[in-house]
Design a protein around this ligand. Structure first.
Ligand code: ADP
Ligand code: MG
Length: 287
């Protein structure tokens, strides 16, 4: 079970979109069993992968009564109860089916009285111990009705650096950082490298940086081309070769709750993500 964090400290860098599509490709093209974990209380990933259930149950309110990530911070041994199958409906009129992707959802902040770990700690009046994410994953058990034999666990993040982020980065084996082409991303590079180094020095010496990848690139603009060059220079060999282009299919596929690999099998953006996953797997193998 390889654990991959798709992390950046900035919003709108394609963390959620990338988690969504990398999970799809690992399942469809590589026939791997994937578990995704939504750690952002905006719950975008939850709402996309559980779109079918949310529509059937007319909203996300039912998640109030489900075991979600927040509950697992308190009771990591209940992890099996917090795992949901994502049911994906490829097209209108077709049945929604399991496609090899499961999710540990999070309660969307609008239905959650204590959306952050700090809120939870305040409500229970004590600190949540460290290492809970690791415990959660170690507690995943095979059962008769479900093998729970994940090849990959992928974490999606909120754009911050807080207790949840540190917990997850402590449990992760790999980290990959999406980076959009703008001055804030360029400025944020050193902050992220510092955060990774801090985690490596204090909690998780084995955390491996797969690399930064450039996302939502619009090669027709001089700005993006220049920015790509500047970010590549700043990152050196930490920058992956694959570039994810700007393409509205990213939005349509999220909108429909169908990862690109099924939504547009041969689309250009889908191919970018195929390339990214291939490069990611090569880097994970240490090439
Ligand atoms: N390659 C892309 N081309 C165009 N739009 C994209 C692309 N990737 C993501 N988007 C859109 O950009 C927005 C931010 O992406 P998102 O994945 O939510 O970022 P984050 O999770 O880092 O905040 C979303 O509206 C998403 O649909
Ligand atoms: Mg997101």
């Amino acid at each position: 079970m390889k654990k991959i964090a798709i992390y950046s400290r900035k919003g709108g860098t394609t963390k959620t979109t990338s988690t969504f599509n990398i999970a799809g490709i690992l399942s469809k093209s590589y026939k791997k069993k994937v578990l995704v974990v939504d750690t952002d209380s905006q719950a975008n990933l939850t709402e996309r992968f559980l779109k079918h259930d949310i529509e059937e149950k007319e909203g996300a309110d039912w998640l109030k009564n489900e075991i979600t990530l927040e509950d697992l911070f308190l009771n990591p041994e209940k992890v099996n109860e917090g795992i949901h199958n994502s049911l994906i409906q490829l097209r209108e009129g077709l049945p929604a089916k399991k496609r090899g992707i499961d999710i540990i959802p999070i309660k969307p902040s609008e239905i959650n009285p204590a959306p952050t770990l700090e809120d939870i700690e305040e409500s229970i009046g004590k600190a949540i111990p460290n290492g809970q994410v690791m415990k959660m994953l170690e507690n995943i058990r095979r059962t008769r009705s479900h093998p729970y034999d994940y090849d990959y666990v992928i974490f999606d993040f909120s754009p911050s650096y807080n207790k949840v982020t540190r917990e997850v980065l402590t449990a992760a084996d790999y980290i990959m950082v999406p980076c959009t082409l703008d001055v804030n991303s360029l400025d944020g590079v050193s902050q992220i490298i510092d955060a990774i180094n801090e985690i490596k020095a204090n909690q998780n010496p084995d955390l491996k940086l797969i690399g930064f990848f450039l996302a939502m690139n619009n090669k027709t603009t001089a700005y993006d081309m220049q920015m790509e060059q500047m970010i590549r220079e700043a990152l050196g060999d930490k920058c992956m070769d694959t570039v994810i282009r700007y393409n509205t299919e990213a939005k349509w596929s999220l909108h429909n709750g169908v990862p690109l690999t099924w939504y547009k099998r041969n689309g250009k953006l889908t191919q970018d993500y195929e390339e990214l996953v291939a490069e990611m797997l090569r880097k994970m193998d240490g090439e």
